[in-house]
Design a protein around this ligand. Structure first.
Ligand code: ASP
Length: 431
């Protein structure tokens, strides 16, 4: 019998997870059963992905940068990467703003629902506000200071410090280029081998992916709030999801126009990473799989993917920025506020920056949304309006975030002549 492709296995796992979740939500004690006996396997799966994120970045970036053999190539690639990342983010925010102004989902919220939601979620809003405050208190150059870790061991001990690890790896790679070949060779060979081991570990973890996503989704369903709340927010959710779908279509178009690779090729190659992003709501946890898919299945040279993807996972969040723009205007509409054009233009800037500053973990986009709200003078209490539906939207926006990173890696690879044929032709061969 023909082996079932990985993305189908993952999709089956997800569907079964949702079904089991729904079934157990309706059974007495079902929720606790899932939480005690199924949820932990989802957690173990995510942990195993996170476990290899830091070693993967270190090994692949050091190898990637040192393979460049020339620092000018690095700055050329770096410049293009950042430029395209910012461009796609601004594009996403603009799409979000246009849609939310045309659809006006906030006008569908009644006074009663608004009061109910604000009361129900007031406590959570305070928690998020505190988290955002601590981000805001720092000076304008804090992001730059944060980039340079005072200690690489402690930086590597927290997945949130991904940018610091990236900084160290690039710096180390540059050092490696600048020393004589006979000295650098053993170090490079070591990281080459190390990188291969990590890639193999990703293959092994992916064998468990269908089971991991099953557990994650079953737990998510039993813990989700009532369907009534979802209904009240249906137009808001529709606006965000429509925007995200437009982004996915644009990515396919960009890939086709610039690399001549068809949407079928692109989606076939990247879909397991998309499904994982959807199930985990974390670009950081998905990073190892994104790296593997992009290099093995989309033909992006490792020199490019090892540089572009870890940076993308931390700073390029098109889905998040689009969502922040829609959410901010939605809240303003629900509170009967009219946002001027200049306030909306301000949202383009703040949502772009806020998405760059959002960590690649579940719910991070919502914390940073507070900053967008504050800047635009929209009541922060409005955050309570969108809590109920944040997780499903987080799953969708994370999928877009990861797809955006993969797209940019293909464009950058093409522009520097490093886009080749995929190593794995039958794209499920290595599982
Ligand atoms: N969960 C998103 C990510 O990891 C960030 C967010 O929008 O909350 O990409």
């Amino acid at each position: 019998m023909k082996k079932l492709a990985l993305h189908w296995k993952i999709l089956i796992g997800m569907t079964l997870g949702v079904l089991v979740g729904v079934l157990f939500s309706n059974l007495e004690g079902g929720k606790e059963l899932i939480q005690d006996w199924i949820k932990p396997f989802g957690k173990i799966f995510i942990n195993s992905l996170k476990l290899i994120a830091v070693p993967l970045i270190l090994a692949s970036l050091i190898k990637g940068v040192s393979d460049l053999k020339d620092i000018s190539k690095l700055s050329k690639m770096g410049g293009r990467t950042i430029f395209i990342y910012i461009l796609t983010t601004v594009m996403a925010v603009t799409i979000g703003l246009v849609l939310v102004n045309v659809i006006k989902p906030g006008n569908t919220i009644t006074e009663k629902t608004r009061t109910e939601l604000v009361q129900n979620y007031a406590e959570k809003t305070v928690k998020y506000k505190k988290a955002a405050e601590s981000q805001k208190e720092s000076g304008p150059l804090q992001a730059l200071i944060d980039l340079v870790p005072p200690n690489i061991i402690s930086a590597s001990s927290n997945n949130r410090n991904m940018l610091q690890v990236i900084f160290f790896a690039v710096f180390f790679g540059i050092g490696l280029i600048l020393i004589p070949e006979e000295k650098s060779k053993p170090v490079k060979d070591f990281f080459d081998g190390f990188n291969e081991v990590i890639l193999k570990m990703i293959d092994l973890i992916m064998l468990a992916a269908p089971y991991g996503v099953f557990a994650l989704l079953a737990a998510l369903v039993v813990e989700s709030p009532s369907v009534d709340l979802f209904k009240a927010l249906a137009w808001y959710a529709f606006t965000v999801i429509l925007g995200l779908l437009i982004m996915i279509a644009l990515y396919n178009l960009m890939v086709y126009l610039f690399t001549k690779k068809t949407p079928k090729f692109f989606i076939n190659g990247i879909s397991p990473a998309q499904l994982l992003a959807f199930s985990t709501s974390s670009s950081a946890a998905t990073l190892p799989v994104t790296m593997e898919r992009v290099t093995e299945h989309l033909g992006v040279d490792e020199e490019v993917s090892s540089f572009v993807l870890p940076i993308g996972a931390t700073i390029n969040m098109d889905g998040t920025s689009l969502y922040q723009a829609v959410a901010a205007v939605f809240i303003a509409q629900a509170f009967g506020m009219d946002l001027s054009l200049s306030a909306q233009l301000g949202i383009i800037v703040t949502a772009t920056l806020a998405s760059i500053g959002s960590a690649a973990v579940p719910g991070a986009g919502m914390v940073m949304l507070i900053i967008v709200l504050q800047q635009a003078g929209i009541p922060e209490a409005g955050l309570a309006l969108i809590f109920a539906i944040d997780r499903p939207l987080d799953m969708c926006r994370t999928t877009v975030n990861v797809t955006g990173d993969a797209t940019v890696s293909m464009l950058v690879a093409k522009s520097v002549g490093k886009l080749g044929e995929p190593k794995v032709k039958n794209w499920d061969d290595n599982y």
